[in-house]
Design a protein around this ligand. Sequence first.
Ligand code: FES
Length: 103
Amino acid sequence: MAKVSVGKVSEIPVGTLKAAHVEGKDEIVLANVGGTIYAMRGVCNHEGGPLPEGTLEETVITCPWHGAKWDVATGKCAEFPIDLDPEPTYPVTVEGDEIYIEI
Ligand code: FES
């Protein structure tokens, strides 16, 4: 695991999502939930929907393609008609305005 800078808190208003990229890895979604930043793999494992383009309500991201709900705090699918495997989540640290994840 490496600690990688993925963006700035000031770029992610509370209640919003942002895409982050780490070389050689799938896209990551960052979520600002009440001032706490979470990081999860950002490619919905149903059919590949872009989770950074979804919507965020509390810790739940809704996939923009078919509406799967993902809990960004746990990586688990919170609601969908079929079982979906959990998405990986990544530990986040914030130093000043800088966001780092362990990946
Ligand atoms: S691709 Fe996300 S719900 Fe289908």
